[in-house]
Design a protein around this ligand. Sequence first.
Ligand code: AMP
Length: 304
Amino acid sequence: MKSSLELVIVGSIGIDTIETPREKRIEILGGSVSYACAAASFFVKTGMVGVVGTDFPAEHRALWKRMGIDLSGLQVEEGKTFRWSGVYEENMDNRQTLSTDLNVFETFSPELPEYYRDAPYLFLGNIAPALQLHVLEQVHSPKFVLIDTMDLWINIARAELVEVVGKCDMLTLNESEARLFTGADCLNEAAAALLEMGPRFVLIKKGESGSMLVSRETSFSIPAFKLADFKDPTGAGDTFAGGLMGALAESGLADEEGIRQAMVYGGITASFGVEEFSLERLATLDRTQIDARAEIFRATCSAD
Ligand code: AMP
């Protein structure tokens, strides 16, 4: 009998090559579910759903295990693991994708082990909307479902994306994606249009400017934790969302107050993640450090 899971996350697993103005790193661990599960692991028992090829290094799997992530939903297929490479511009604000090799990701069909299906919290990380729908069809009435997406799916699979978004509690995406998805320039208008698709909440990520949670009645913004320096922003959005879902699952809540508190933890976990490449900083992080930085953050945000 396996121990029950509080959170399940599905997404991509990549071997990334990343170039920043200061450093180039070749073939390092990445992917949306890798960052998100690592972030969530500080809060609750989390199950990963993803695919790797037979070339996937054992050390990466060992790291996830050390972090306490359940890997029963990890598929290994004959062939090469998904590869992605990108280069950051001088200011690190903009990033250009140099190559994307889907490899085993091309034929991926996420299948949830039976005991994953009762997890109360589900995060549909950035993969094709048809696959996100396939995951939703397998779960048994989760308490809270978060969905992430990207410009690619908005452009090539819009109808399926709208359908799956309508079945989730919260949609998260970044500013430019919110504008692309709705055609609205103003973020409040974009959020209103996204809420019309059915989710109760829309969470818009604004990078170094923080994030904004919008419901039909309310709007709430928090700044990002200010770092003196960071090395690699890759996966920051996935780390933010994974930390948020982990903290929400830990609280047992699914309401606006719970999400607001969880946003603080998501932001703080992401602020650690970008201090190093890949999962290198998250691998040495512990909950005490997260809580300490969250305290500093709350104090700087307080108007008292
Ligand atoms: P982010 O910085 O949030 O865009 O996430 C970066 C991660 O997404 C990298 O580690 C990549 O391996 C992964 N990635 C890049 N392109 C895709 C794609 N088309 N589908 C899924 N994951 C991707």
